[in-house]
Design a protein around this ligand. Structure first.
Ligand code: HEM
Length: 537
């Protein structure tokens, strides 16, 4: 007990900037007691492991910083992990390890070592090792994002690629995207000369497109899906926020039952609210389907995603999915789809507005391809090469998911000559690779031109540039994200000129989390750019 107290005192001296010190005093007291009780146990297990690994002759674990007994490196973790990991790579090398409690974490910081994970041993590294909060929100890891590499996950990914975001389906949903982007432009037009929050505008456009695609293709104007937009936005933001918070329950599983920070409790509340919405929408649809069957002998017209998923549920073969899996897929689409695209759009607008030259060039391109007497249509998008380069440069400098999503090996393996044990958490520091002067000239300068001459895409083929990950866990939302980010940005930049409110300065500071957001919201003032006001209606 005295020993534990000394450690905690030492930790307090060493780090006052860590998130750890924001825990309340009573939480720390509970934890101190619990840690004291389990410390002897952990020490014994670690000793046994150390003895067996030192006698096995296997390559050693990667190098890493010294840690404190019991808590490991926990008290030294700061808020901006992406930056801290880059700095640690300078000291310990491109692959290093640290412990949080007894949990081993390995961080990889160079493309050649990333290759060993997402190419050479992709199958082995395709588990996720989800946190307690992630498991809680994903119906126990039954969604695509947090499931391990198993047959259920493969089936869901197939459904994502072949049904949810297939080319055919995306094409069929073109109308929804156009409708929502036009509504957004009209809405901004009504606020000309006043301040608006870019991320709010981008979020509602993206979330409305997603909800339209998923469940609004119904002839019933009273369908309940229409009522939940605002609530879904709030819940999605809360989920992303909670997923990004380090949780003591993950680090010290034996005290997880205490839920010291209340993260599990808060996440369960989000799940409860989300589940109520999903259940209402699904039940509503099942009733309306059976009415239609009775009245007209079948569901007619184009099917939206919910309809497609419900029909898959009725199938009796291997592609059949359960109602819980449908809800988990809806969760993936709503949460993974909306926050990410919104974050990218906000960063892109912030960078463009900071650089007059870039703003002029992109608006010039829009003038040439679209014309000032016209509005942006999806058919224009493939021709907007400079805007495409801006988006890629934004992803390079501000990767929306800076450490991608954690991978975990399903067996012991070797990376860079070091042993990576089964079940540990592997983080790929994409943020650091995207800013590494060994791979990028003047990496800190926002320079879209670099993407005009080099052929990079979002499929993770070039391991210097991985905003959507790579390998079999590559983001399946790429086709939709590509369309939406281009369409929204092109429309904002073509229809309006933009300025900061009087007296405001440009600011590009970051807030680290599971997604890397702008610390301060981008508040801007739009003014009319197109001469014909009918183009805003
Ligand atoms: C700016 C937009 C987006 C970015 C930057 C992004 C980024 C990512 C990243 C980095 C991963 C992890 C990849 C890996 O582990 O290698 C991921 C996974 C995923 N994303 Fe996205 N994403 C975006 C948009 C979307 C959209 C629009 C959807 C769906 C509508 C989506 C659905 C998913 C799903 C389901 C996964 C989990 C895949 C798996 O684990 O097998 N994402 N995304």
């Amino acid at each position: 007990m005295v020993f534990t107290f000394i450690i905690f005192k030492k930790m307090e001296e060493l780090s006052n900037s860590s998130w750890w010190w924001e825990l309340s005093a009573s939480n720390k007291h509970h934890l101190t007691l619990a840690v004291a009780t389990i410390s002897v146990m952990i020490f014994a297990i670690s000793w046994r492991r150390w003895k067996s690994s030192s006698s096995s002759g296997a390559p050693s674990l990667p190098p890493g910083p010294r840690s404190l007994p019991i808590v490991g490196y926990l008290p030294f973790l700061g808020r901006d992990l992406h930056k801290q990991f880059r700095n640690m790579a300078h000291i310990y090398g491109p692959i290093f390890k640290f412990h949080l409690g007894s949990k081993l974490h390995v961080v990889i910081n160079t493309p050649d070592l990333v290759k060993a994970v997402v190419r050479e041993q992709d199958d082995i590294f395709s588990n996720r090792n989800p946190s307690i909060a992630a498991l809680a929100i994903s119906y126990g890891g039954r969604n695509v994002v947090f499931s391990d590499n198993n047959s259920a996950w493969r089936n869901l990914r197939k459904i994502f690629a072949q049904e949810v975001l297939s080319n055919k389906n995306l094409e069929a949903c073109r109308f929804f995207r156009r409708d929502e982007v036009r509504k957004t432009i009209k809405n901004i037009y009504s606020k000309i000369g006043t301040t608006i929050d870019i991320s709010e505008i981008a979020f509602s456009t993206e979330a409305n497109v997603l909800t339209s695609m998923v469940w609004e293709n119904t002839s019933d104007p009273n369908a309940k899906g229409r009522q939940f937009g605002a609530e879904l936005k709030r819940i999605s933001s809360n989920i992303v926020e909670l997923l990004g918070q380090p949780n003591l329950s993950d680090i010290f599983p034996s005290v997880a039952w205490l839920d010291l920070q209340g993260i599990l409790r808060k996440m369960k509340r989000q799940l409860h609210q989300l589940d109520e919405i999903f259940t209402t929408i699904i039940e509503d649809r099942i009733i309306s389907n059976s009415k239609k069957r009775k009245d007209a002998g079948g569901h007619e017209g184009k099917k939206d995603l919910l309809q497609i998923l419900l029909e898959l549920m009725d199938q009796k073969d291997a592609t059949s999915i359960s109602i819980t899996q449908i809800k988990a897929l809806l969760l993936d689409i709503m949460v993974a789809g909306s926050e990410t695209t919104t974050t990218l759009i906000e960063w892109a607008m912030a960078e463009i507005m900071q650089n007059d030259d870039i703003m002029k060039k992109v608006q010039q391109e829009l003038e040439e391809i679209v014309g000032l007497d016209n509005i942006v249509e999806e058919s224009h998008l493939p021709k907007l090469q400079y805007l495409d380069a801006i988006i890629k440069e934004t992803f390079r400098l501000h990767p929306v998911v800076p450490l991608i999503l954690p991978r975990s090996p399903s067996q012991d393996c070797i990376v860079g000559g070091y042993t990576i044990p089964k079940g540990c958490t592997v983080l790929l520091n994409v943020w650091s690779i995207h800013r590494d002067p060994r791979y990028w000239d003047n990496p800190l300068i926002f320079n879209p031109e670099r993407f005009l001459t080099n052929k990079y895409d979002f499929k993770g083929g070039n391991l210097n540039f991985l905003p959507f990950g790579s390998g079999r866990r590559l983001c399946p939302g790429v086709p939709l994200a590509e369309k939406m980010q281009m369409y929204i940005l092109a429309s904002l930049l073509h229809s309006f000129d933009w300025s900061l409110p009087e007296g405001e300065e440009h600011d590009l500071s970051e807030k680290f989390g599971i997604s890397l957001k702008k610390k301060e919201p981008l508040i801007v003032v739009p003014s009319q750019r197109l001469p014909n006001e009918n183009l805003y209606m």
